[in-house]
Write a protein that binds this ligand. Structure first.
Ligand SMILES: Cc1ncc(COP(=O)(O)O)c(C=O)c1O
Length: 449
C-alpha cells in the first residue's frame, strides 16, 4: 500500500459525491434460484429439532421468507416507510481521493451503510424483523451480537416498534466496546455478556471454562436458550447467516444497480475485471450486495468478480474445510454444509468481532464451492491500515469489519494498474468506525488489547 501523501480531492469529486436520487426498491430480491446449485439440505437430528425450536422462537413471517415463492418479494408499505425513515437509500460514494492516492485506474465506489442511525447496514433487517415480530404479538426481541452493531440495530428497531429487547454480547467485545452497550441500554435494552451465567448453556460453559472470551457461537446459544425460556412472548432474531436476513439485505445490491445506472457507469463489462467486494462474517452484507447480480452472472450478461474479505483470525473460506456444522455451540441450530474451522475453534479475540465466526453460511459457502466467489483472509492490522488510509483520503471512518473489504479493494485497485482497462470496484462499506476508535488506536499503535 502506498504511503499517505495527503492527496488533494480532485476538483469534480465533491460533485460526484452528491447522493444519487434513486428511490427505495419496491421489492426485495429472492436470489436463491440464481445460486449455481440448490442449497444443500440441512441436517437436523436433535430432540427437539432445530426446525421445531425455530417454529417456537422465530416469527412465522420470517420463516416463510426463508423460502419465498416469488422472485421479487414486495416490501409492505409500512416497512418501506420504516426503511425511508432510517435513511434508505444510502449514498454510493465515488472514492476519487483514494483512487488518486493509490494512483489507480479503477473507479472505486463505496456503498455507505455507515450513514444509517446505528452506524451499520444491520438496521436494514432489524427494522423488518421487529415489524413482523410485533405484528405477530411478540413483545420481547432476543438476540446475540458480536461487535455490537447488530445488537444496537435490534435495540433501536425494538424501541421504534414499542418492544423490549434482550441482547447477549460476546464477552471480549463487550469489554472492548463499552459504548455500544451504553447505546443499547439507552434504548432500554437488557445487555448481558456471553457466555452468560443467566442461561443453562452459559452456566455449564463457564463452569468448564471460567475465562471464556465468548464467540458468536456462544452468544447464539445463550440467546436461543433464553428465548425458549421466555416462551411465546419472545422472538429470537438473527442478524446474519439465514436466508430471510439475506433477502432483506438485497436492498444493498438493488440500490447499487440503480445508482450505477443513474451514473451511467456500467458494471460487469466483459474482460475489465469489475469487482463486488464485501467483508464476510455471517455473510449478510456480502449476499445482500451480490445476490441481485447473480442472475446476470449465471446468464453470462455480466462479467463480474465477487470477492469476500474474511478475517485471518477465522479464515473459513480460505483455510476451512467444507463440512457440516452449526453456527451455535449448544446444538439449537441445524447443521449446514459450509466452510468451517470446526466446532471447537475459538477465534482469537481480535477487534473485528463481526468476522469471528467459526462456520460459514450455506449460501456463501456454496458460492465459494462452485467457484463463483473469491476470498481473501486479511490480517487485522493490514485492515485497519486500509481504514486509516480511507479516513485520511476520503474523510470517512469505517468499522474494523468494513476495513477488511477496504484492504481487499486497495489490493485489487493497485493490481488494476497492470491492465489496460479501468475496472469498476464496488465495496460494501458496511459500518461506521466512530465507536471503534479504541480498536484503531490499540492495533495501529501496537498497544495491549
Ligand atoms: C459493520 C459490520 N460489517 C460486517 C459485519 C459482518 O456481518 P455479515 O457477514 O453478516 O455481513 C458485521 C457483523 O457484525 C458488522 O458489524
Amino acid at each position: 500500500m502506498p504511503s499517505h501523501t495527503h492527496a488533494r480531492l480532485p476538483a469534480e469529486s465533491a460533485m460526484r459525491s452528491v447522493p444519487i436520487p434513486v428511490g427505495l426498491p419496491t421489492h426485495w430480491y429472492n436470489f436463491l434460484p440464481d445460486l449455481p446449485a440448490p442449497l444443500p439440505p440441512v441436517r437436523d437430528e436433535g430432540t427437539p429439532s432445530a426446525a421445531e425450536i425455530a417454529l417456537q422462537v422465530r416469527p412465522r413471517a420470517l420463516l416463510d421468507q426463508d423460502r419465498p415463492t416469488e422472485r421479487r418479494v414486495p416490501i409492505p408499505e409500512a416497512v418501506a416507510d420504516l426503511l425511508r425513515r432510517i435513511g434508505r437509500p444510502t449514498p454510493l460514494h465515488r472514492a476519487r481521493a483514494l483512487e488518486a492516492e493509490l494512483g489507480t485506474r479503477a473507479h472505486i465506489y463505496l456503498k455507505r451503510e455507515d450513514v444509517l442511525p446505528t452506524g451499520s447496514f444491520k438496521l436494514n433487517s432489524a427494522v423488518v424483523q421487529a415489524y413482523y415480530a410485533a405484528q405477530e404479538g411478540r413483545t420481547t426481541l432476543v438476540t446475540e451480537t458480536g461487535a455490537g452493531q447488530w445488537g444496537m440495530s435490534v435495540a433501536l428497531a425494538a424501541s421504534l416498534a414499542g418492544l423490549d429487547s434482550e441482547i447477549f454480547m460476546v464477552r471480549c467485545s463487550l469489554d472492548q466496546k463499552p459504548y455500544r452497550r451504553h447505546y443499547m441500554e439507552l434504548l432500554g435494552a437488557t445487555v448481558r455478556a456471553s457466555p452468560s451465567p443467566d442461561t443453562s448453556f452459559g452456566r455449564e460453559l463457564l463452569a468448564r471454562s471460567p475465562g471464556h472470551p465468548g464467540s458468536l457461537g456462544t452468544a447464539i446459544s445463550d440467546a436461543i436458550g433464553h428465548a425458549l425460556d421466555l416462551g411465546p412472548k419472545a422472538a429470537y432474531l438473527s442478524g446474519s447467516g439465514v436466508p430471510h436476513v439475506y433477502l432483506h439485505q438485497t436492498l444493498l445490491g438493488l440500490e447499487v444497480q440503480a445508482q450505477l445506472a443513474a451514473l451511467d457507469e456500467p458494471i460487469g463489462v466483459p474482460g475489465r475485471g469489475d469487482h463486488l467486494i464485501a467483508c464476510s462474517g455471517g455473510g449478510s452484507n456480502l449476499c445482500g450486495l451480490v445476490g441481485p447480480f447473480l442472475g446476470s452472472l449465471g446468464d453470462g450478461s455480466r462479467d463480474l468478480r465477487l470477492l469476500a474479505a474474511e478475517s485471518s483470525a477465522a479464515p473459513r473460506l480460505t483455510a476451512g474445510r467444507y463440512r457440516y456444522g452449526r453456527s451455535d455451540l449448544a446444538g439449537l441450530t441445524p447443521e449446514v454444509l459450509g466452510y468451517s474451522m470446526g466446532p471447537d475453534f475459538v477465534p482469537p479475540p481480535v477487534h473485528t468481532a463481526g468476522l469471528r465466526n467459526h462456520h460459514s453460511s450455506a449460501a456463501v459457502s456454496l458460492l465459494r464451492h462452485e467457484g463463483l466467489l473469491d476470498a481473501v483472509a486479511v490480517e487485522e492490522k493490514r485492515a485497519l491500515e486500509a481504514g486509516r488510509l480511507v479516513l485520511r483520503t476520503e474523510g470517512l471512518l469505517f468499522a474494523p469489519e468494513t476495513t477488511h473489504a477496504l484492504a481487499a479493494a486497495v489490493e485489487v485497485a493497485v493490481r488494476a494498474d497492470e491492465t489496460a482497462a479501468d475496472p469498476v470496484i464496488v465495496v460494501l462499506a458496511s459500518g461506521s468506525g466512530l465507536l471503534d476508535l479504541q480498536s484503531y488506536a490499540t492495533v495501529l499503535s501496537g498497544g495491549a488489547r
